[in-house]
Design a protein around this ligand. Structure first.
Ligand code: GAL
Length: 334
């Protein structure tokens, strides 16, 4: 007679094995959430300090650079932080990539804002641009610093007005063919310039377009054959309704600017800094990266990152809520 208990055993083992595999698979695919507007702890548990930042992907890592504004910094120096991640949700603090003392005798409360880093594959150099200014925002230049490692230390090289124009908020755009552009806001001309960098990225070489609209915080993405540009109005640290326009070519012509979110939300209290495109095996996702500034407690300023609804010339920022992205497939989950 067959031993029924024994006969069952292989079945039990099989079920247990299946359960274990399912548990493993689910935990492997459960992506960590990004929580717009919340405190965002890094690998050491500290709120990420990468304000007015930018992201560049180099091989398997995303690097996030931004304004380092933690409490207790030397008030005479300005700092740019560096974080890295493989999944855009968990960030490892790599230290302060740049520590700079007043490089052009700008006086107290001098300004270093919105740093952006490009990696030049030919020269194997990491090239950082940032907005350099005096307390009254009259200098209106970019500063350039370089390093041979992504986490720095970066060495200051020089400052200048790109294309001899006044330059304040800067943005970074790398096109699908790898061409690197600096986006910079210019007051007298009331608009933002899109300008191509030189081969070594150390100079701003050629004006590609002036988008003639009084906007700053310029961000650009190329998505399904169309360029999308986002900018915010000039209201300092206070949020306003950010807007977008589209063009078939970077040179323009650019469409009229339209709201990216219900205007009464003031872009859900945020200001644009970049659009990041994640091209996965199944989906291409464009992430709106914005700052929720707290001018009196800058170290506590938050980040509003949300996947945009983009396509067919339309762009829309949905109401913020926790979400996650699978970097491999590019798929977003709420
Ligand atoms: C904003 C700008 C910020 C900072 C601020 C100072 O317009 O986007 O980066 O410069 O003004 O008031």
């Amino acid at each position: 007679m067959k031993d029924k208990t024994n006969a069952c055993r292989p079945g039990n083992k099989y079920i247990l094995l299946m359960v274990a595999i399912i548990v493993l698979l689910t935990s492997a695919t459960a992506q960590k959430k990004i929580n717009p507007g919340e405190v965002w702890p890094d690998d050491k548990g500290n709120h990420i300090q990468a304000h007015g930042g930018g992201i560049v992907k180099i091989d398997k890592y995303y690097y996030w650079y931004g304004e380092q504004r933690r409490q207790g910094l030397d008030t005479g120096l300005r700092y740019v932080s560096c974080y890295r991640s493989k999944d855009l949700a968990s960030w490892q603090f790599m230290g302060d990539a740049l520590q700079l003392s007043d490089p052009e005798h700008l006086g107290s409360n001098w300004v270093l804002e919105r740093p952006k880093v490009y990696f030049n594959r030919k020269t194997k150099t990491y090239v950082m641009y940032f907005h350099l200014d005096d307390a009254r925002y009259k200098l209106a230049r970019v500063g350039v610093a370089t390093s041979n490692k992504p986490e720095g230390p970066f060495t200051y090289r020089e400052s200048f007005r790109p294309l001899e124009k006044e330059s304040r908020d800067i943005g970074q755009f790398i096109d699908d063919d790898g061409t690197a552009y600096l986006v910079f806001e210019s007051w007298p001309t009331k608009g933002f310039f899109i300008a191509r960098l030189s081969d070594d990225y150390l100079k701003v070489e050629k004006e590609v377009c002036l988008i003639n609209a009084p906007l700053e915080g310029g961000a650009i993405v190329h998505y399904k054959g169309l360029y999308y540009a986002i900018g915010s109005a000039l209201t300092g640290w206070n949020p306003n309704p950010n807007k977008y326009a589209t063009a078939k070519s970077l040179e323009g012509p650019w469409s009229e600017f339209k709201d990216i979110a219900p205007p009464e939300t003031n872009t859900y209290s945020s200001q644009s800094t970049m659009m990041l495109k994640v091209e996965g095996t199944k989906d291409t996702t464009v992430i709106f990266m914005a700052d929720q500034w707290k001018p009196k407690t800058q170290w506590d300023s938050r980040y509003l990152w949300m996947p945009l609804q983009t396509g067919d010339g339309k762009l829309w920022l949905p109401e913020p809520k926790p979400w996650s992205i699978d970097i491999k497939t590019g798929k977003v989950q709420f």
